[in-house]
Design a protein around this ligand. Structure first.
Ligand SMILES: Cc1cc2nc3c(=O)[nH]c(=O)nc-3n(C[C@H](O)[C@H](O)[C@H](O)COP(=O)(O)O)c2cc1C
Length: 411
């Protein structure tokens, strides 16, 4: 079975199969933003689930800049033992375990009470929900330099903790993706303007990370195949960025798409080509595979083995799966054992308000993560409204806790 053939990466690392558990922000950090016992329990389920590669949910390189109040942050070695425990569990059954590193830029909620920074002072456009996100302040050149160092430091710490790689998150409208898009990056200095400048931050981050970790440690990038917004980062831009990444020592590029403004990663793409019911970004990925020197992984919409196999026979080396592995963490092991028909999916949420539907979808998946983290079985039939309300309540509580914690640190 092609899905269970090993994959050799450019740095000599071998992945035991072609299935990855894609990054899902868990919102399960302890009060100090380190990995909690619940988070560790969740990863035990995935470690035993049979995927050859596990990616953490996004880990923040700066505790002042969070995608949510319950996120994990890694900026110094203060909590390294907890990270060691996390790494040990993730790798306990032989999977590669990579930490995804992220900075939210302007996609950070106002109620966290921290200043929001971005390439330019361009606010998010989310209709009625826009006011939840403040107008960001444009980063200074000095701050950009500090950010590059933060990514490199977090990668170094991840290696010290025992992770086998990092993935730099440059997709989904977060900071690095904001730099790539001409809609959010209006800078006129060396970090804005032509694509060469807009891609500079990502490329500098990759170089700085690579320089700080050992050659056997994997360095990957998650990139949008497109933003799905008129005038935004598009497929030809993605191709050019992959050509530049070809020149750096990148071990894997994961392709996704979309942002908070246009959540294509949830299958809500504006572009007809990606409206395929399963494997949303496959067509782009197969095109890019012709020029990419590193293996490519495509993530979005995959939940059945025949689709995994279709992706892998189209020139793409790895398949990333998020939602289906929140509903059934052991899917790869079941496929391997011969249960070819096994699959898992949530019922589509067809609410008129797309932003709210997207939130409800995320909440329904996070609801499953919490159940797994509590040692319970997933509940794929959860009502989206129930999951949304439960998540809102938990987030409100975590937001208060985060603000208290930050105030205690004088931040
Ligand atoms: C609850 C949830 C949290 C997510 N968090 C992250 C994240 O932290 N980093 C990331 O790159 N993608 C994140 N994603 C996106 C997934 O990695 C993936 O790209 C997307 O869900 C499409 O794949 P799927 O159809 O298999 O779920 C998240 C998705 C969900 C549902």
């Amino acid at each position: 079975m092609i899905a269970f053939q090993p994959l050799l990466l450019p740095n000599g690392t071998t992945l035991s199969n072609r299935i990855a558990k894609a990054a899902m922000e868990e919102n399960l950090a302890a009060a100090d933003q380190g990995p909690s016992d619940q988070l560790l329990r969740l990863y035990r389920a995935w470690a035993e689930g049979g995927a050859g590669l596990l990616l953490t949910g996004n880990v923040m390189i700066d505790r002042r800049a969070m995608t949510g109040p319950g996120g994990v942050a890694l900026e110094d070695d203060g909590l390294l033992q907890r990270f060691r425990d996390w790494a040990r569990i993730g790798r306990s059954r032989g999977a590669q375990f990579w930490m995804q590193l992220n900075h939210p830029g302007r996609q950070m909620q106002a109620n966290l009470g921290q200043p929001t920074v971005a390439p330019s002072a361009v606010p998010l456009e989310l209709g009625g929900l826009s006011k939840l996100f403040p107008v960001p302040r444009a980063l200074s050149e000095e701050e950009i330099g500090e950010l590059i160092q933060r990514f490199a430091r977090a990668a170094e710490l991840a290696e010290q903790a025992g992770f086998s790689g990092v993935q730099i998150h440059a997709a989904h409208g977060y900071l690095l993706s904001q730099f790539l898009s001409p809609l959010s990056n209006r800078r006129t200095d060396a970090w804005g303007g032509p694509l060469e400048n807009r891609a500079r931050l990502l490329l500098e981050v990759v170089k700085a990370v690579r320089a700080r970790v050992s050659p056997g440690f994997c360095v990957a990038v998650k990139l949008n195949s497109a933003d799905f917004q008129r005038g935004g980062f598009d497929a030809s831009d993605a191709k050019q960025v992959v050509l530049w990444l070809n020149e750096l020592d990148v071990d894997l590029v994961e392709l996704s798409g979309g942002s908070y403004e246009a959540p294509a990663m949830q299958g809500d793409a504006r572009d007809g080509r990606t409206l395929a019911r399963e494997a949303y970004f496959l067509e782009f990925a197969a095109e890019l595979a012709e020029v990419a020197r590193m293996p490519l992984m495509v993530t979005g919409g995959v939940r059945r083995l025949p689709v995994v196999e279709r992706v892998l026979t189209s020139g793409v080396a790895m398949v990333g799966i998020a939602t289906a592995l929140a509903l059934a963490p052991d899917l790869p092991a079941r496929w391997y054992a011969g249960e070819r028909e096994a699959g898992a999916e949530l019922a589509p949420i067809r609410w008129k308000n797309k932003a709210l539907a997207s939130l409800a979808y995320m909440s329904s998946v996070k609801f499953q993560l919490r159940r797994l983290a509590g040692g319970l079985r997933p509940q794929p039939g959860v009502w989206p409204l129930r999951a949304l309300l439960a998540e809102q309540l938990k987030t409100a509580r975590r937001t208060r806790q985060y603000k208290r914690q930050m105030a205690g640190l004088g931040l």
